[in-house]
Design a protein around this ligand. Structure first.
Ligand SMILES: C[S@@+](CC[C@H](N)C(=O)[O-])C[C@H]1O[C@@H](n2cnc3c(N)ncnc32)[C@H](O)[C@@H]1O
Length: 429
């Protein structure tokens, strides 16, 4: 295939994936990664993309004042970050504008959108890394930009240094494991008790593998190493050196291997603060709050400082960790295992609560929304990790007469295109 000659473009805006967008010769949009609004660039068209064309940046003719030097040597190749070439204030403004657009699509064009909470570098406490064996040598890192290939990382500016420090030792461990043949993945969760490691492997750990992993856990201060098949759900603890624990709202919880955690402590604090601020100012002694898609109770325990909480979650291991922690912490949180897609809470059930907090997975809460929209709860507080799903779900609330009080963008995946938000809905002003 012959390469297209580079053409000149003026970048007018940023697209949802962080690409600079220019008008092509035929008027259709051209998406150019790593280009910023106001810049004049040279780029080569590489193919179709949606209703426009994809291009690769080949030259910068005039740089925007917002352009900065990316702090990471892997930026551009590693798919973990997309926006390190942009200064933080305009980057934060872009994330805020994306939330505004999503809410506008939902029928709230004049939504009050707070300033984004942008979490600092070197704070991400959860990493899901790919591993490949290339000529016998493990390559470990995030996936490459737009490819399934793994970028061999030696450093990372977004992850907590305690996790980055494990990159090279982990590669050494994996090199000697017979149960790692060609492909694996590594989930690292930085808990209060140290890094918790889940290895997803394409082979069964032998006795020798287990002993290597136990030595590794001791040498590097990991309380636990668990293994699971690459595509499987059930994990097995192969090394348990000490207890695992993380405090959520001050309550110690023992998460399962690879458990969902909010990505950074700062992001968690910002989400919790926005959720608590969204509750009705006055709650009676009898008032109850529902926490839907509760996970380990990240929101349930802080909410329990304001009222009794009924927490609903479908993942068996998460709900049992939440249940154990809740019982020990005084019983203001009651955890129930419930699949809210198959069995959403009914309007009658919802009406027993003063407020409903929901923090659904990436796909959103399509099955739960119709009953929520019809319910008589005072507040619905929607914690979203996907503006597209938020726009779709909020549209139902808008159509049912709900007003949007305020939405707070939370950027805990610094320099990525991901966006989290807390949106507070009520029936009246
Ligand atoms: C974005 S996480 C939020 C967890 C928790 N609120 C937190 O802040 O840590 C979404 C949670 O929804 C749960 N989940 C996914 N699908 C579900 C369903 N159909 N019914 C109930 N819970 C579900 C997941 O297991 C996960 O714990």
């Amino acid at each position: 295939m012959s390469l297209q000659a580079p053409l000149e473009f003026e970048i007018t805006r940023l697209g949802a994936a962080g690409d600079g967008v220019a008008a092509g010769a035929d008027g259709r949009p051209v998406f150019i990664p790593f280009a910023l609004p106001g810049e004049r660039v040279q780029a080569r068209i590489t193919g179709k993309l949606g209703d426009g064309q994809a291009a690769e940046l080949t030259g910068l003719l005039q740089a925007a004042p917002e352009r900065v030097a990316p702090p990471c040597p892997f930026f551009g190749r590693c798919g973990g970050c997309a926006m390190q070439h942009m200064a933080i204030p305009p980057y934060a403004a872009w994330k805020r504008a994306r939330l505004q657009e999503a809410l506008s699509r939902a029928g709230y064009p004049d939504a009050t959108v707070a300033e984004p909470e942008v979490t600092p570098p070197a704070t991400r406490r959860r990493a899901d890394l790919g591993v490949r064996r290339v000529d016998g040598v493990p390559v470990l890192g995030f996936h490459g930009r737009g490819s399934g290939a793994v970028v061999d990382l030696t450093t990372c500016v977004v992850l907590d240094p305690a996790l980055v420090a494990l990159f090279e030792p982990l590669k050494k461990l994996l090199r000697g494991l017979a149960c790692f043949r060609r492909e694996a993945s590594v989930v690292l969760n930085l808990l209060d008790t140290g890094p918790d490691l889940l290895l997803r492997l394409d082979g069964e750990p032998s006795t020798a593998d287990r002993s290597l992993m136990a030595d590794f856990a001791r040498a590097h201060g990991l309380p636990r190493i668990a293994c699971a098949p690459l595509k499987g759900m059930v994990s097995e603890n192969v090394a348990q050196i000490g207890p695992v624990s993380i405090a959520l709202g001050g309550v110690p919880v023992a998460p399962e291997p690879g458990a969902f955690l909010q990505a950074t402590p700062q992001g968690e604090a910002a989400i919790v603060a926005a959720v608590l601020a969204g509750l009705p100012a006055k709650l009676t002694a009898k008032a109850r709050i529902a926490d839907l898609y509760a996970g380990l109770g990240t929101l349930s325990f802080p909410l329990s400082t304001r009222a009794r909480v009924a927490a609903f979650e479908s993942a068996t291991e998460a709900v049992s960790a939440l249940d154990v922690a809740a019982r020990k912490s005084g019983g203001r949180v009651i955890a129930t295992r419930r699949d809210l897609s198959r069995q959403p809470l009914t309007v009658k059930e919802l009406d027993a609560f003063a407020a409903v907090v929901l923090d659904p997975p990436y796909a959103g809460a399509a099955d739960q929304m119709p009953a929520l929209a019809r319910s008589a709860v005072q507040r619905i507080i929607y914690v979203s990790c996907n503006p597209v799903a938020l726009a779709r779900d909020a549209r139902l609330l808008q159509a049912a007469g709900w007003q949007l009080q305020v939405a707070t963008p939370v950027d805990q995946f610094l320099w990525s295109t991901q966006l989290e938000a807390v949106a507070v809905f009520s029936r009246g002003k």
